[in-house]
Design a binder for this molecule. Structure first.
Ligand code: ADP
Ligand code: G6P
Length: 463
């Protein structure tokens, strides 16, 4: 059986590497632990000089990671990946901050990834590259003579061609990623936006709905929505009731309805808009009848837009509490710290309303986790942005436009007042959309599409 080689910027090497909140790591970890293989990427460390990969073996997975130098981290990660590509891909061009040298460094780091990976490769490896940090990698691997099956999955959205064109350098990067054999997207809209961009700006031809061609090479396109292990997450959430964090939160609520947000502290997550909607909810409801907990794990703190957002949230949260708080009650609890996955699962189970309102999101696994965490007998209500990829699957959630604060406030109030029968009916539909899928199934679907393999010899997902 051919080996799977996963390449991603963020590599969640077990023990080590703090701060792994993020959909990519969550989606891939289970698959790799079950299948084995090699996982290559950034160690998470920033050091003085570029050194060759460090190797760690854990279970059946080999982790090969390289450090970034200060200049690489600034140009490739903070600068071009998160200061240009991330906002562009999420349709937020006003947050872009482009410096020509960052694009050069981005391309250089992609070449460095290739240089360090190639000596570790075997001839029949199947290579699976992940996300916007590594758009140039498929091209760099081909240039170095790698001929084997190479797939690429974009975890984030892809915008319409005119919106994509605002990122300087995107044309060349689209051409580079087209050197892969299979490109995977979260939704049909992302696939079609990418295809239109490749045709409109990068000289590709669309041979069929799901086939592009560039320079005589065909590239297949597919849609593979990222999934969570819903039954496992449900069991984790249910098991939390006996734990201290669960009970401390529960006791502190004294019967108040809990609204919950769980995100990385990121400009795409619509956090100021969410707090504004919450402010309007508080203004309408009886004091002490509800409380919101917003957990916002700090992320990418070297990017100016993220630092500004932190200040904006601190200030908005303070304003809500000073306006509406009582001597014995505050409406909003804002935590700028990650919590463990288990703790989050328990909090989700306690929350009457899950508020997941990104301005734009590739998938948003938190939405699926919130559904999975509910008690089927007395489930909470998911309020979900229609601009999250998850909205395509979770149509029974209450879908909102995160730019409409008043509309969101009305919907949150409707969620708070929703009768049990409707909560159950909506939850059952959402649960049905996620119960049978798994990250392993997601990965196997992609790998099956990438190329033939003797999958039959593997145990079925979840066994
Ligand atoms: P993104 O990939 O943009 O961060 P997702 O919602 O797809 O967004 O995935 C985020 C993952 O990280 C989820 O599994 C979620 O539970 C976890 N996560 C996000 N924020 C936090 C937080 N503040 N504390 C703990 N876990 C978090
Ligand atoms: C999103 C991206 C991932 C990234 C994660 C966390 O899920 O799609 O590629 O790993 O956010 O962000 P970070 O910058 O900490 O890796």
């Amino acid at each position: 059986m051919s080996r799977i080689v996963v390449v991603s910027n963020r590599v969640p090497v077990p023990q080590g590497n703090a701060g792994q909140a993020g959909g990519l790591a969550v989606a891939l970890l289970g698959l790799m632990q079950r299948r084995g293989g090699l996982w290559f990427g950034w160690s998470g460390a920033v050091t003085d000089a570029a050194a060759p990969p460090g190797l760690t073996q854990r279970g059946g997975v080999g982790y090969a990671t390289i450090d970034l130098t200060e200049a690489e981290h600034r140009g490739y990660y903070t600068g071009y990946s998160n200061g240009v590509l991330w906002p562009m891909l999420h349709g937020l061009p006003h947050l872009m901050s482009f410096r020509r040298q960052d694009l050069d460094i981005y391309r250089k780091v992609n070449r460095r990834f290739a240089d360090n990976l190639v000596p570790l490769l075997r001839r029949d490896d199947r290579i699976w590259v992940h996300d916007y940090h590594l758009l140039a990698l498929p091209g760099a691997l081909r240039q170095r003579g790698v001929l084997g099956a190479t797939g690429f999955f974009l975890h984030v959205p892809f915008p319409a061609p005119d919106a994509a064109a605002v990122a300087p350098g995107i044309r060349g990067l689209v051409q580079d990623v087209l050197q892969a054999d299979l490109l995977g997207f979260q939704t049909l809209a992302d696939r079609d936006n990418f295809a239109a961009t490749a045709v409109g700006f990068a000289g590709a031809a669309r041979l069929a709905e799901d086939v592009l061609e560039l320079g005589g090479r065909p590239v297949r396109l597919g849609v593979f929505p990222a999934e969570i292990a819903a039954p496992e997450f449900a069991a984790t959430a249910a098991a939390q009731a006996a734990t201290e964090p669960y009970q401390l939160l529960s006791r502190s609520l004294r019967g108040q309805a809990l609204l919950l947000g769980v995100d990385r502290l990121d400009p795409t997550k619509g956090l100021p808009e969410r707090l504004e909607a919450f402010r309007r909810v508080v203004a309408r409801r009886t004091p002490r009848s509800l409380a919101m907990l917003q957990i916002a794990a700090p992320s990418r703190e070297d990017v100016v837009a993220y630092r500004r957002l932190r200040q904006e949230l601190d200030s908005a949260a303070g304003a809500i509490n000073s306006e509406f708080g009582e001597p014995d009650w505050v409406p909003l609890r804002l935590l700028a710290r990650p919590q463990t996955r288990d703790t989050v699962a328990g909090f989700m189970r306690q929350a009457r309303v899950g508020v997941v309102t990104p301005l734009r999101d590739g998938m948003n696994l938190v939405a699926k986790e919130y559904v999975a965490a509910q008690d089927p007998a007395d489930p909470g209500v998911l309020v979900l942005s229609r601009f999250a990829g998850a909205a395509a699957q979770l149509a029974a959630a209450l879908l909102v436009n995160p730019h409409d604060a008043e509309g969101m406030a009305e919907t949150i109030c409707a969620a708070l007042d929703m009768p049990l029968a409707e909560r159950r009916a909506r939850w059952r539909e959402c649960w049905a959309a996620i119960a049978e899928t798994s990250p392993e199934g997601w990965g196997e679907n992609f790998l099956r599409a990438l190329g033939p393999d003797d999958l039959a010899r593997l145990p079925a997902a979840g066994t």
